[in-house]
Design a protein around this ligand. Structure first.
Ligand code: ADP
Ligand code: MG
Length: 238
């Protein structure tokens, strides 16, 4: 299960309101892309869902449970960052195992999940290396592996590929889509890249200054952009 509902969620930093009241419904198993220009609130929205920021007002439900007050670790979600956020002094194996160690998952189960994740992400031969001995793409795979072993209800990706070169990005995009197909887990994916949004999403959420301009499938947005802004972002040229 990975149904996420936002009801009248707002976020202010001090006096500055960055998310006006916002409603959003994400269905179980959906691949949802948040797209919009830099500074429009994509990361903030993702961090609110993850619990890394507290909402100023409103309600977040995960699988029908009020998660608004829950700590990040209790929400059953796993976040993958652009900066990878790996521990440089730990091996790949230990980096991937870390969240399971925190959650006190039994050793044999840890090993089973690490082996499965490493196999799925082509990391089997790299488990004893440290992050510094890996390429950017491999590091991002380790970060994804560390999310997979938590067996989350949903994955939250914040511009995970923007540090990679263009050729590698295409490959990683396909890997993430394959992963989504195989796990059938809800994924929320933040990007400012239209191509990523159009090729990966079941549902695109177009954001502008913290509010939703339009929600729809890539085809819906392409053929029927609600306004110039959406058209400029992903619509067909008029
Ligand atoms: P995006 O990810 O779409 O580039 P962000 O969610 O990072 O946008 O930022 C949205 C707005 O909120 C920006 O104006 C940013 O400056 C502001 N903001 C984000 N985090 C903080 C913070 N911790 N304190 C103050 N302002 C913040
Ligand atoms: Mg951001």
């Amino acid at each position: 299960m990975g149904r996420i509902q936002l009801e009248k969620v707002t976020k202010s930093f001090g006096e500055v309101n960055v998310i006006p009241p916002l409603d959003l419904e994400i269905n179980d198993g959906e691949f949802v892309v948040f797209v919009g220009p830099s500074g429009c609130g994509k990361s903030t929205l993702l961090r609110l869902i993850a619990g890394l920021e507290d909402v100023t007002s409103g309600k977040i439900e995960i699988d029908g449970t009020n998660a608004t007050e829950l700590a990040p670790a209790q929400r059953g979600l796993a976040m993958v960052f652009q900066s990878y956020a790996l521990y440089p002094h730990m091996s790949v194996r230990k980096n991937i195992a870390f969240p399971m160690k925190m959650a006190k998952v039994p050793q044999d189960e840890q090993k089973r999940r690490i082996d499965a994740a490493a196999k799925a992400l082509n990391l089997t031969d790299y488990l004893d290396r440290r992050p510094g001995q890996l390429s950017g793409g491999q590091r991002q795979r380790v970060a994804i592996g560390r999310a997979i072993v938590r067996e989350p209800q949903a994955f939250l990706f914040d511009e995970p590929l923007s540090n990679l070169d263009a050729a590698l990005r295409v490959g990683m995009r396909l890997e993430i889509m394959e992963l989504h197909e195989r796990l059938a887990t809800t994924m929320i994916y933040v990007t400012h890249d239209q191509v990523e949004a159009m090729t990966m999403a079941d549902k695109i959420v177009v954001l502008r200054a913290g509010h939703i301009e339009q929600v729809g499938s890539p085809l819906e947005l392409y053929h029927n952009p609600r306004n110039e802004f959406v058209a400029g972002f992903i619509g067909s040229p008029k």
